[in-house]
Ligand binder design. Structure first.
Ligand code: SF4
Length: 519
């Protein structure tokens, strides 16, 4: 695999310290993850550091030089989803050093965890991470590594080093905080005197940092595609959206920087993936596309807003010119009232018109995302909506459906929502899938079991998280009976507790001061 990579060669860099960048998934997925590639490049650019990679499917030693992970100075992980916590724990269990942060010895690596999950609910990472970085790291990661180097130069021990690092913005050192829980009430944190009350989530001025792929391989999930981020955050405020909550406000990269990134990618690939939660909101969106097409790129997008597309039908011909074969949009619900409550807008007619237009213009397939297991209405309404769509476009094979369950995430407007039960979710799934099969529509969906564990972890606290090492050996932490036993000992009901675990509006994730959310 190494031999067919092009672009940045991590092997070519010497440095006093070793950073092992671990990805909580396969090589194929890791190389298609712009956030992971961006962290590798940020550390690579720090003069004193060399970087090696580790994936869940490439062995327990590093991908570059087969180095044991325990020889790293810092082991870094970017976690996106709750379920990835199992990869972190599995990695630590085979790494040759302690899985729990407060049991690690002086000479063992520092485990540094960041990524979206760290901003959503760092408490489920807390037992395992020495340092959690909360927010966007482009600016702070080099400073944090420099601070760690200083601590080494001063001869500080592990505890003193962590105390030193805890003063930096966005740095959460869980061992200095002591969560207080009483039944279903989260009572806040006790802490040592010298650390901040709350951790300020970090945001960067993205116009100062380029973010694009640096390593290209046909074995990446997106093949040789070069990825580039043009904006961050989103102008919409969908109530359920974790991405919207943690990346607010919407920030745009200047066109000159975007064109420069395209020129860089041109050296390595002719496939361009444009990344951003709200790609179409870029004020020079059309210029970017024209430039990419002029430079003979095929272009794909991470996601597109149906509201923007509906308001700007003039954008559609560009998407056709980009060579898009499947356009993905997310109504989330088949009921207009729920869509409006979520913040997704567009009534049924606007949706059906938009999709009819897309297909008429020559994009052969439209994939629609739905959330099922909603408390607001049953999946029957979603099926009615899909049925209406099929009649309007006079086709069912041009539509495909992807679904997940409504898991209320921390920091969103739904964080305190009581969910349906597991059994009700199962019924909803059966209803939805049976209806889609009757309509002969292709679909794929999230595993029900995974979704329930995701819900549990999204709302969990440190006390529950510290049980995870006992559970990961069992089919990657997805055996319900094991969870039942563990939770019963804690006085928590596995089937009920995840539905609405905390009363009184104080949560384990209240440790994060998410300024944009509070505005
Ligand atoms: S438009 Fe998409 S990214 Fe933006 S808030 Fe809504 S769901 Fe999130």
């Amino acid at each position: 695999m190494k031999n067919i990579e092009r672009g940045l060669s991590l092997n070519n860099k010497m440095g006093k310290y070793l950073f092992v960048g671990c990805f909580p998934g396969s090589y194929e997925m890791g190389m298609a993850n712009l956030g992971y590639q961006s962290v590798l490049k940020t550390v690579f650019d720090c003069p004193q550091w060399r970087v090696e990679r580790l994936f869940t499917d490439t062995g327990i030693r590093t991908f570059e030089k087969s180095t044991p992970v325990a020889e790293a100075d810092i082991v870094g992980l970017t976690l996106g989803f709750e379920i990835e916590i199992f990869s972190l724990v599995q990695l630590l269990l085979v790494s040759g050093f302690e899985v729990y942060a407060n049991e690690r010895e002086e000479n063992q690596p520092l485990v540094l965890v960041g990524g979206p999950l760290a901003s959503l609910n760092p408490e489920i990472i807390a037992p395992f991470a020495d340092v959690i970085f909360v927010g966007e790291s482009e600016e702070s990661l080099p400073d944090l590594l420099a601070a760690w180097e200083e601590a080494q130069d001063f001869g500080l021990n592990r505890q003193e080093t962590l105390l030193y690092l805890s003063r930096f913005p966005g740095v959460y050192v869980p061992r200095f905080y002591f969560p207080q829980v009483s039944g279903t009430f989260f009572k806040g944190f006790k802490k040592i005197d010298t650390v901040p009350e709350q951790i300020q989530q970090q945001r960067v001025d993205i116009s100062r940092f380029e973010v694009f792929s640096h390593i290209y391989t046909p074995q990446s999930y997106f093949k040789n595609m070069g990825l580039m981020e043009i904006n961050r955050g989103c102008s919409y405020r969908c109530r359920f959206c974790a991405g919207g909550a943690i990346y607010r406000p919407l920030r745009q990269r200047p066109i000159e920087m975007v064109l420069k990134m395209i020129n860089n990618l041109k050296k390595w690939t002719s496939h361009l993936g444009i990344i951003g939660s709200d790609v179409l909101s870029h004020p020079q969106w059309e210029d970017i596309i024209k430039y990419a097409i002029k430079n003979q790129f095929t272009v794909n997008f991470s996601s597109l807003s149906a509201i923007t597309l509906s308001r700007h039908r003039e954008y559609l011909p560009y998407l056709v010119k980009c060579g898009i074969k499947t356009l993905t949009l997310a109504p989330e619900s088949g009921e207009v009232k729920t869509r409006q409550y979520f913040g997704k807008g567009l009534d049924d007619e606007e949706w059906t018109d938009l999709i009819e237009n897309i297909i008429r213009l020559g994009i052969p397939k439209v994939k629609l995302y739905f959330m099922i297991g909603k408390t607001f209405h049953s999946a029957e309404k979603d099926l009615d909506f899909i049925h209406k769509l099929c009649r309007k476009i006079n086709s069912n094979h041009q539509l495909s459906i992807s679904y997940s369950f409504l898991v209320p995430k921390p920091h969103t407007n739904l964080e305190n929502m009581k969910t349906l039960s597991f059994l009700a979710w199962r019924k909803e799934r059966e209803l939805f899938e049976t209806g889609l099969k009757k309509m002969k529509i292709r679909f794929s969906g999230e595993s029900l079991r995974v979704a329930w564990i995701e819900l549990l972890l999204a709302r969990a606290d440190r006390f529950l998280a510290q049980e995870i090492p006992k559970l990961v050996g069992q089919k990657n932490g997805l055996v319900f009976n094991q969870w039942r036993t563990v939770m019963e000992k804690m006085g928590r009901d596995f089937d009920e507790w995840p539905r609405h675990p905390w009363e009184d509006g104080l949560f384990p994730w209240s440790i994060i001061d998410n300024e944009a959310r509070n505005q």
